[in-house]
Design a protein around this ligand. Structure first.
Ligand code: BES
Ligand code: MN
Ligand code: ZN
Length: 511
């Protein structure tokens, strides 16, 4: 579904003729016990003659972060409806934390479903912090209004369409920095939504060849250089891991490489983004239990994020060279599938003893990371739905992070800044020792099939494919990339688009 249209306005929000106005509400009352509207809502509060927050409180509002309360305005202001979103405690004069606003805006905009037009009168400070705060609000709005088009043959009667048009109130709509945020948000919003679309597509629709075609179609005309390796090219090129995982499926694997080169930059830094693109993960011969297996349609979330981030890079034109590698395969079981016990020669020449065909992500990624290094990458940032162990250890909102010290520090800072947190994990020697193979260079998992430290085994394995001196980070997004619960904040059900915004922040920070 298409992006809502966005427009910046600096006229009085109380006079906007829209279907609804979103305001913020703080949870910390003033001395008289009255809840405080957030900055931006002044004229609306004035129109209610001091009774706005008392009326919202009557309706149950507390100002708790993310809480949404709707109030009919009955002629007090031009818009017929106020949607008050809780922003938590008033942070003593400063704007709420960006992620609080991003989530709050997302929740409010989801509650606007069914409205044609709405305005956001949220606390955008009229100072140097303004653009950053506005960015969070715009991202919350564009992601909260996402919906997967889906495959219903009849439109649902109970599900209302996302809001179609949004006006965002700022102090000065002609301010260049503020206008630039709108332009950027439209790019970022579009690509994060595209990531969600790809992740939400069923596995029968998006098999590796279709996924590769979709990515190629999406980047057409952007100026990115495109290389697609099909099965013959992968075999000829020595991509043993990708070929092994893909060989159990009728739908052959692909490695898609997208390259952006900045203009007029001497000797730009070389950044590689690598993503796991398993379009469906049955586990292969080491088959998964059926419960929840359908979610494995999202096992390409890393590659989707890389493809989408490259689209944004093409539009935002940073001063670093960025290359995306999307390693696509379908992990099936059949007479031609790879087996436990197989020894596979990877792109960098290392021989891997397969012990569990369900640890397929590291097989395709080992090749893709090695290729990125062979192409001369100085930084490799790789994202993958690699292990269930990540979800056990860190849950659904915090990604696992492993790699070189400098690269993991960059990812940690970038993730924190954009509301996509990742937490550093160790790579202990014992874990590597447990992966010694009798007959090959390394086992793909702990040889005793020990589940302890599953997430760590993934990172330790991938390290084998990083060339000397390359700064690298592995981001395990098994939990954060797919939201199975009810919608919350700017997350809708299904694909989340993590870690596209982390990738873009990393690139900004390196540029
Ligand atoms: N795609 C899965 C990991 C996963 C699990 C992603 C749950 C999202 C949600 C991955 O390929 C896998 O099967 N990992 C195994 C690794 C094991 C066989 C070493 C796992 O986590 O159990
Ligand atoms: Mn698997
Ligand atoms: Zn997988």
């Amino acid at each position: 579904m298409s992006l809502p249209s966005l427009r910046l306005v600096d006229t009085d929000p109380a006079e906007l003729t829209v279907d609804a106005i979103v305001i913020g509400l703080h949870s910390q009352p003033d001395e008289a016990g009255t809840l405080l509207p957030a900055a931006g809502a002044e004229s609306i509060a004035a129109a209610f003659d001091g009774r706005l927050t008392a009326t919202l409180a009557l309706l149950g509002a507390t100002g708790a972060a993310g809480e949404v309360t709707k109030l009919a305005t009955l002629g007090t202001i031009a818009a017929p409806l106020v949607v008050a979103v809780g922003l938590g405690d008033e942070p003593s004069g400063s704007a709420p934390a960006p992620e609080t606003l991003r989530r709050g805006t997302g929740a409010a905009v989801r509650a606007l479903a069914g409205s044609g037009t709405a305005a956001l009168a949220l606390p955008v400070p009229d100072d140097a912090d303004g653009p950053g705060v506005l960015r969070a609000i715009l991202e919350g709005a564009l992601l909260g209004s996402y919906r997967f088009a889906g495959y219903k043959t009849k439109p649902s009667k109970t599900r209302r369409d996302p809001v179609a048009a949004l006006q965002i109130h700022v102090a000065d709509a002609s301010d260049a920095a503020v206008a630039a945020e709108l332009t950027r948000a439209e790019v970022v919003g579009r690509v994060v939504r595209l990531t969600r679309d790809w992740v939400n597509e069923p596995g029968n629709v998006l098999r590796p060849p279709q996924f590769a075609d979709a990515v190629v179609a999406a980047v057409e005309g952007t100026g990115l250089e495109v290389e697609v390796l099909d099965l013959d090219a992968l075999k000829a090129g020595g991509y043993g891991g990708i070929v092994a995982v893909g060989q159990g499926s009728e739908a052959p694997p692909r490695l898609v490489k997208l390259t952006y080169t900045p203009e007029g930059v001497d000797n730009p830094k070389k950044v590689a983004l690598v993503g796991k693109g398993i379009t469906f993960d049955t586990g292969g011969i080491s088959i998964k239990p059926n419960a929840g297996m359908w979610e494995m349609k999202s096992d390409m979330a890393g590659a989707a994020a890389v493809g989408a981030a490259m689209l944004a890079v093409a539009a935002l034109k940073p001063g670093v060279s960025v290359t995306g590698y999307l390693a696509m395969a379908e992990n099936m079981l059949s007479g031609s599938a790879y087996r436990p016990g197989d020894v596979i020669t990877m792109f960098n020449g290392k021989r891997v003893e397969v012990l569990n065909t369900d640890a397929e992500g590291r097989m395709v990624l080992g090749d893709a990371i090695a290729r990125a290094c062979a192409d001369g990458a100085e930084y490799v940032f790789e994202a993958s739905t690699l292990t269930g162990g990540q979800v056990i250890a860190l849950g659904t909102r915090v990604a696992g992070l492993m790699g070189s010290d400098a690269a993991t520090a960059l990812v940690k800072a970038a993730g924190d800044a954009v509301g996509e947190p990742a937490w550093p994990m160790p790579m202990p020697d014992e874990v590597r020792k447990g992966m010694e193979s009798e007959i090959a260079d390394i086992c793909q998992v702990n040889a005793n099939l020990d589940r302890a430290g599953h997430m760590l085994q993934g990172g330790v394995f991938l390290r084998e494919f990083v060339a000397e001196g390359v700064e690298w980070a592995h981001i395990d997004i098994a939990g954060p990339s797919f939201h199975t619960g009810e919608p919350t904040g700017y997350l809708t059900k299904g694909g989340t688009g993590v870690p596209v915004r982390t990738f873009l922040k990393l690139i900004d920070d390196l540029a």
